[in-house]
Design a protein. Structure first.
Length: 411
């Protein structure tokens, strides 16, 4: 037999899974409902992703080596002096990155289907086939015929509103709303952002996250995010970041407005039967930083590698227990990272006083190095005990000076 796998969604997660599967000789179908999709996203990727996923230089619009953290009172802290010459944060446009990864998977042999999967039919027998019912989309933009496909396994990489997740009753999760404007700046203003990104914190720009100005090829991405309960406030928060960054955005022209849901924690069930969820569909976005691209691609690759391993490169059908090994490995490797970032968000994003303390803490070189090393290489880097004690003392001192340890009042 030759194992047949359907991957629904061809963002960084789906394309990475499809490429891994097809390289192992597994018959792989990759679904994408919108081939020109440009997901609203800051587009930042860590250095380790460039090497690990073999991304060519042309995929990266900007190599950010400097960042500004800007507090609610507009105190600016410059970050980046701890970076080595070869280190940077990559800034990408999602339509470029996603298109590259999707095309590469197809070049290796994944069968790309431009269509919308609307129903996943669950088998009634142990090794019965999963049936995907979908509507194809023609090259002329018109809707084509309704079709179906039978496969042995399904990977749901279809984002926060995953239909695959709904089909397997994976459970719901809280999600945030990301809102972003792409703004084309005059040359002199764009030069300021050549290798610089900005992050703003404050209740005026986001009550629970941060706002950003990230440089891209010929424009900047200006956006914010907030939890779903604050969704009605999102345009006001976007006005807040526009106001805070107004001098640097003078003369800019809005060329695109985007919004998208972002999951806030893993779904209750990420593997059911022979269906596995990856990326946003599984809920792999991190707290505090809101980062998702690397973790989406990495979760999908780990899932696909597990399928290759337990199927003997496509010679047998893996079981639910086999697929759950992917989750065990994922949680073991990254569980502590998620817990630390969750804690950081809980401590530092709860009031403007704690945000002031957070920005002050970011001025410390040891904190900067720990933060950048953790981001660039995706590990919670253990500092030596003396440095760790210093960072802890610095954190407490910043919170005390900002009166951030006082209990918050509710009226």
């Amino acid at each position: 037999m030759v194992l047949r796998v359907a991957v629904v969604g061809s963002g960084p997660a789906g394309s990475s899974a499809a490429e891994t599967l097809v390289k192992a000789g597994i018959e792989t179908y990759l679904f994408e409902r919108k081939l020109d999709n440009a997901k609203p996203c800051g587009g930042a990727i860590p250095l380790c992703m460039v090497d690990e996923f073999d991304l060519p230089p042309e995929i990266i619009d900007r190599r950010v080596r400097k960042m500004k953290m800007i507090s609610p009172s507009n105190v600016e802290v410059n970050i980046g002096s701890t970076l080595k010459d070869e280190e940077y944060i990559g800034m990408c446009r999602r339509e470029v990155l996603d298109g590259f990864l999707r095309d590469r998977a197809a070049q290796h042999g994944a069968k790309l289907i431009n269509g919308t999967v609307h129903t996943l039919e669950i088998p009634t027998t142990e090794n019965g086939a999963y049936t995907l019912h979908y509507t194809e989309h023609r090259e002329d933009g018109l809707v084509g015929d309704n079709r179906s496909l039978q496969v042995d396994l399904v990977i749901g990489a279809d984002g926060a509103n995953s239909r695959v997740a709904k089909a397997i009753k994976a459970g719901d999760y809280n999600y945030a709303i990301a809102f972003q404007e792409r703004i084309r700046l005059p040359d002199d203003k764009m030069a300021y952002y050549e290798d610089l990104a900005e992050m703003y914190v404050g209740n005026d720009v986001s009550p629970d996250f941060y706002a950003w100005v990230f440089p891209k090829y010929d424009h900047v991405a200006v956006g914010t995010g907030t939890m779903r309960v604050n969704q009605a406030k999102i345009k006001g928060l976007q006005a807040g970041i526009r106001a805070r960054a107004a001098k640097r955005l003078e003369g800019g022209e809005i060329i695109k407005v985007e919004a998208h849901p972002i999951p806030e924690h893993p779904r209750p069930r990420r593997v059911v039967g022979r269906v596995a969820l990856v990326g946003d569909a599984a809920g792999t976005v991190t707290k505090s930083s809101g980062e998702g691209i690397y973790f989406a691609a990495k979760s999908a690759r780990m899932c696909a590698e597990t399928i290759v391993e337990f199927s003997n490169s496509g010679a047998r059908i893996p079981t639910e227990a086999d697929l759950k090994v992917y989750l065990q490995r994922w949680d073991k490797q990254y569980g502590i990272t998620y817990k630390v970032l969750d804690l950081l968000q809980t401590v530092f994003y709860r009031s403007d006083a704690t945000r002031e303390a957070f920005v002050e803490m970011c001025s410390d070189m040891d904190v900067q190095k720990l933060t950048f090393d953790s981001y660039l290489y995706k590990t919670v880097v253990p500092a030596n005990p003396l440095v760790q004690m210093k960072i802890t003392a610095k954190t407490v001192g910043s919170l005390i000076r900002g009166h951030a340890l006082a209990p918050t009042r509710s009226w």
